[in-house]
Design a protein around this ligand. Structure first.
Ligand SMILES: [Zn+2]
Length: 149
């Protein structure tokens, strides 16, 4: 079982950069996510947005859900989800951030496990990825799932 590590209340943002990152953080409907959604829509795919799939913890929401092919798409922010290319610990309050960001990753893996056990194909992409590349990958997965049925 996974355990969500609580880092405690947020320390005050001590640098302009950190407060910018924190301000930019919206759980859903971020610019990269919208770009991916638009790219999927252009390819004729239809989906639900920001939903908790049936059978999973209702607080674990999925950015884009394609019900027919049972694909759960999550667009992960580089900062919050610790992207290997762009994720970095803020210099101030480093230990608090380390625990906090680690907790996010632990929670992500637990969400993946829940979704997978409910029969969803989990696709996580980084917000830095090209939206058209992402949409092409999803389109291929949808075609593959149609071919199976
Ligand atoms: Zn990144």
């Amino acid at each position: 079982m996974y355990r969500y590590v609580d880092a405690g209340p947020a320390p005050p943002a001590t640098s302009e950069a950190t407060s910018r990152v924190m301000r930019r953080t919206r759980r859903t409907g971020t610019a990269p996510e919208l770009a991916v959604r638009r790219a999927l829509h252009r390819r004729g795919l239809r989906y639900l947005v920001d939903v908790a799939p049936p059978g999973t913890n209702r607080r674990r929401r999925v950015d884009v859900l394609l019900r027919g092919p049972r694909i759960a798409l999550l667009v992960d922010g580089c900062f919050w989800h610790s992207c290997p290319e762009h994720g970095q610990l803020p210099k101030a309050n480093r230990e608090w951030w380390r625990v906090k960001l680690h907790g996010v990753v632990v929670r992500d893996r637990d969400t993946d496990a829940q979704l997978t056990s409910e029969g969803w194909l989990v696709v996580r992409v980084w917000e830095h990825e090209d939206p058209d590349d992402v949409a092409d990958r999803i389109t291929a997965l949808v075609s593959a799932s149609r071919a199976k049925t």
